[in-house]
Structure formats: C-alpha cells, structure tokens
Design a protein around this ligand. Structure first.
Ligand code: FAD
Length: 401
C-alpha cells in the first residue's frame, strides 16, 4: 500500500505536519506548494500543549524550541485601565499539568522547523511553484492534475490531502458549497523589536514573558514575545471591512485608533510607535461541512474548518488533524474510505467544540456595559488553578482519546 504516494496540497502548517506524520508511519509523500518560495507569512502563534505534545512525537519540538518562548502565564487585563482580571499559570505549571509545554513562536519559525524535518526525511518530496488543479477518485486511490511551472502533470496517489488553507481549491472537490465566510472582524498585526521604544513600552507595562489579552468593548489586543524573546507579536482584533481574499492588506492606523478609542494611553501610544501594520481579514469555514470524499480526498487544517483565532487553536487543530489522520489510515490502509469516515466522525466534535470556545472568548473579551461587569465578577471568583482546569479538555487532549 505504500508504493503510491500520499499527495499533499499545500506546505503550510497542516501540509508539512501531515507529510511528517504519514512518513513516520511508513508512507511516502509528495507535497505540492503553489508558492514559488515559502516566504515569511503570518505572525505570532500560541502553541498549546495539545499541539506541542504532537510536535514532540514527530521530532519537531527540539527544532523549534530555540526560537520559541515559554510564557509564564496568560493574563487577561482591561485595555482601558491595564487592571488585571485573571491569570492562568503557564510555564512549568503548564508542562506539569498538561505534560507538554505551552509555547509562543513566530509562524515562520514553526514553518522553518517543519521544513527542516521534511528535508531530513527521505520519504518526503516537496515541489514548490506547483498548484493542485483537480482530482478524480480511481480504484486504487486518486488521480491528481497538477500545474508545475505552467506545465500540466497527472499523478496517481493513494490519497490527496487538501491542506491548502482557507481559500482552498481542493475543498471544491469535497464540499463545493462550503465557501469561506468573512467573520466581520479583522486582525491588525505587527512585530515590535524588544529593544525598540515600543518594545520598552511593552516591558514597562509588564507584557514581557507572558501572553496578555487586553480586553475592550468591541475589540481586544493580544501581545506576547516571539523570536526567542527578541521581538513582540502584537495583534488587535476589531470589527472591520472585508478585504480581497488573501491574507493581508494595507493598514490605515487611523481606523485602528478609532476602534481602540478609550484604551489606556500606553496602548494608544503603541499604535503609531509600532508598525508597519498589516490587516488580516478573518475568514471561517462552517465546521459542519464535509471533509472527506470517496476514500480519495481528505481536507485538513484551515481548508476543512478555518476558525476565528479567538481560542488560538487553528494551527493546533491542523497539527491534531494531521497526526490523527495518519494514525487511522495506517491502521486500515486497505480500506481508505472507512479510515477517512472514521477520522472525520472522530475529529468533528472536537473541532466544533474548539470553534465554540473561540466564539465564547470573543463574546467575553469584547463585552461592554453589564456583560463586561458580569464577566469581571465571574473572573474574580475563579482561582488561577480553576481557570487552568477549565482548559484540561483542550490542552490535555491525547490522540486516540
Ligand atoms: C490573526 C491570527 C492569529 C492566529 N493565532 C493562532 C494561534 O495563536 N494559535 C494557533 O494554533 N493558530 C492561530 N491562528 C490560525 C493559524 O494561523 C491557521 O489556522 C493555520 O496557519 C492554518 O494552517 P494551514 O496549513 O491549514 O493553512 P495555510 O497556512 O494557509 O497554508 C496553506 C498553504 O497551501 C498553499 N496553497 C493554496 N492553494 C494551493 C493549491 N491549489 N495547490 C498547492 N498549494 C496551495 C498556500 O500557498 C499555503 O502555503 C491564527 C490566525 C490568525 C489569522
């Protein structure tokens, strides 16, 4: 069964992790990535223990640790007063509680670590400048049409994994009606050098060595260190206009400053001091839509179920998808249709629960008036350990659970 390749569309977090997970199970894999060059797209990512546990098993954690930071805690603070609402202990507490570290990292550093692992794996081939165009189920798996440098090629594979992100083309092969939907929010992202005036400002307000969410009616900011502590990732989430499909657009900070009216002077001053800013429209895919077809195609990561980033779990879900899919296919390689159906049935409740958690965070973090008062009172009654225990179902998850 391993004579034919697993074909992977996309070399983002999902596609690279899937190839590594399948290669670890003895399959050979061909990854086709549309971009000519894997560039530094994206910004910071929080990698919770449910994801780092799997990266450790795949031999990737040691490659990314030198670039990551292990934050001491997640702090919820009010953007208006900078007052603290809650603290969830991380650092060694997280490692003890969930048996894996909670890390923060730049997406480019995670992608580089995955690429380094891929380069060391003889069973994985990566072709860039190659776009998957179409796929047809055949008796022995799947036949895929690929454009490589303008020339069309056909390849037979055991399975096509669509890991081509929220604007996936492979999704049309599985669930043509499942279109990406603009969530009404945009993410304003910037990276700030720790030794710059903006970086010093962040240290002065106690934002170093932790993940901080500054909550504000209708908006919130997230800040944490990346790049081994040499920079901060700062993101502001505000209501916004849909920008053309694609990850980033030009940022007009006057709009951001308007959305953040009423935040503390320290945060307000950061907006012009930091930058350049990019704006990222948040798009989602209904997690109830179909992810697999005819034992021939499986969608993973954002291609299957792009979610709002308010639970900081999109990349983690892509990593979980990859490892669980490889395990189930390896268990029943002679019955791919059954393996895919079982995988989809097992994954869907968890992905939907995570998406609901993101919606709850958004509601609580953007609350104003009486809802904000109720939130603050509720958080006052919760101990740091109690807040950590609330995350056991998410961070303590094990594959096969
Ligand atoms: C503001 C923001 C903050 C976030 N924070 C977090 C966080 O803290 N923690 C977390 O876990 N997640 C977070 N996420 C989510 C996370 O970034 C995504 O879920 C994750 O990057 C998705 O990975 P992917 O591989 O599925 O898709 P992508 O990263 O989009 O990769 C898809 C790849 O496929 C390629 N491609 C596209 N079409 C084709 C084709 N036809 N053929 C071949 N290749 C193709 C693309 O070029 C790309 O390289 C955040 C997202 C945002 C927007």
């Amino acid at each position: 069964m391993t004579q034919k390749d697993i074909i992977v569309a996309g070399a983002g977090i999902a596609g690279l992790t899937a190839a590594i997970a399948f290669a670890a199970r003895g399959f050979s894999c061909s990854i086709f990535e549309r971009s000519e060059k894997l560039e530094e797209v994206g910004a910071g990512l929080q990698l919770s223990p449910n994801a780092t546990r799997l990266l450790d098993r795949l031999g990737v954690l040691d490659l990314l640790r030198p670039h990551a930071v292990q934050p001491e805690a997640v702090l919820l603070r009010k953007a208006g007063t900078l007052g603290r609402l809650a603290r969830v202990p991380l650092g060694e507490n997280a490692e003890r509680r969930w048996s894996a570290p909670y890390l923060v990292i730049h997406r480019a550093d995670l992608q580089s670590a995955l690429l380094e692992k891929v380069a060391r794996e003889p069973n994985i081939r990566l072709t860039t400048g190659a776009e998957i165009r179409a796929a047809t189920p055949i008796e022995t798996g799947v036949q895929v049409s690929i454009d490589v440098g303008g020339a069309s090629r056909t390849l037979d594979g055991l399975l096509l994994i669509g890991a081509d992100g929220v604007w996936s083309k492979t999704r049309a092969l599985v669930a043509p009606s499942a279109k990406s939907r603009f969530a009404g929010e945009v993410a304003w992202r910037t990276t700030i050098a720790s030794d710059s005036p903006g970086g010093r400002m962040l240290c002065e307000i106690g934002a170093n060595a932790v993940v901080t969410a500054f909550l504000h009616p209708g908006a919130h900011l997230i800040v944490y260190p990346v790049r081994a502590g040499t920079a901060f990732n700062l993101v502001a989430f505000t209501p916004g206009e849909r920008i053309a499909d694609g990850w980033s657009g030009n940022a007009d900070i006057a709009i951001l400053l308007k959305a953040l009216r009423g935040v503390a002077a320290e945060l307000n001053q950061l907006v012009p001091a930091a930058g350049p800013w990019t704006v990222w429209p948040i798009h989602t895919i209904d997690p109830a839509s179909q992810w697999t077809r005819d034992g021939a195609v499986a969608l993973i990561g954002d291609a299957a179920h792009a979610m709002t980033p308010f639970a900081a779990q999109g990349a983690a879900m892509a990593i979980e998808d990859s490892v669980t899919l490889a395990a189930l296919v390896a268990e029943t390689p002679a019955n791919m249709a059954a393996a895919l159906a079982q995988w989809e049935a097992k994954r869907r409740p968890r992905v939907q629960r995570v998406a609901r958690r993101g919606a709850l965070n958004r509601f609580a973090w953007h609350a104003g008036g009486p809802a904000a008062l109720a939130r603050d009172l509720f958080l006052k009654t919760r101990s740091p350990e109690g807040l950590a225990a609330d995350m056991d179902w998410l961070y303590g998850w094990q594959p096969g659970a």
